[in-house]
Write a protein that binds this ligand. Sequence first.
Ligand code: TPP
Ligand code: MG
Length: 363
Amino acid sequence: MFTEYDPLKDTMLQILDCSGNIINPKFMPDLSMAQIKEAYNWMLYARIADIKAVSYQRQGRMYTYPPNLGQEASALGSAMALGKEDWMIPAYRELAAWLYRGVTLKDVYLFWGGHEDGGKFSNAKNIIPPCVPIGSQTLHAVGIAYSLKYKKQNSIALTYIGDGGTSEGDFHEAMNYAGVWRVPLVFVCQNNQYAISTPRNKQTAAKSLAIKAIGYGLKGIQVDGNDFFAVYAAATAAAKEVRSGGMPIFIECITYRQGAHTTSDDPTRYREKEEEEIWLQRDPLKRLKAYLVQKQEWHEEEDRKLQSQYEKEIEEQFAQAERHPYPLKDVFQYMYVETPENLRKQHIEYEKFLNWKETQKWQ
Ligand SMILES: Cc1ncc(C[n+]2csc(CCOP(=O)(O)OP(=O)(O)O)c2C)c(N)n1
Ligand SMILES: [Mg+2]
């Protein structure tokens, strides 16, 4: 696969087309129908949880949130390639991957609600907290992968980064040392076409992001990130290769952030409706559903049932997050010996917010 889709050839791995047809059977992964349905279910669950997060934020019940809409296949397809003993080193926009790894939605909502307890991901194994300082997680990933190699463990590591993250120094240091030390690491770059308002063509003059792998002696591949089968096939092949001592692999998932960068952003100021509509045709859930429907393995009725079941489960997770105590006192108490005026004012605001929260009967 990595020879056929060498980034120097400027080709992209695609298996499932936008109408749900298998157009590249050679690389179709060996998944049972039950596994494919399970993947669709995870993507649907993540999508509803994501849409609800935005609406909770709009209701003033959650803080800034980065929508994942449209990126479910690249997150889930890559996460499914990992074994239980492997390590996931996240960025911040891989909701489906976190949930698949065992992170509870309650924790995710808590984290984006500004609570440290949420970021501990204490219910999931071998995943570290989300990383918002762009690119820095890739260095953590190289360190973790190095330790796995050093301890002669059979586990591998997988880390996520965005298209914008590939312009950070940290990313280049990580790619360099991943290669020098030949660590068991897979980089998954979710190229969602934007870094806030900066489009992909202003990010780099390189033909692709995958091509950057070459300069560091790594293998790279460009895949259709809205094609669950392509992402899963590439990530599985990459995991197998790095586990057996091969060079680290960089996977560029071509996808699209259908929503805003975060709930504080307004994408209508920097991109056209026509572009959004083109990407809607390539929506990852629609495509996988079309495949299942064609195989007569899925019906709209099932979709509706599952959707309302998930909505209830998700609402319960959010209710649990809202009931979680919010003692964010550390920020105010331990930073300074004498509290500066601006922090004192923020503390008062915060106490007011907590009191207001108490008066809300969300449940
Ligand atoms: C080191 C650093 N610089 C700047 C920021 C502000 N910032 C937050 S998200 C973002 C864009 C990241 O874009 P990309 O890597 O493409 O990821 P995406 O948000 O599209 O998933 C920036 C510049 C940051 N969080 N960290
Ligand atoms: Mg991006």
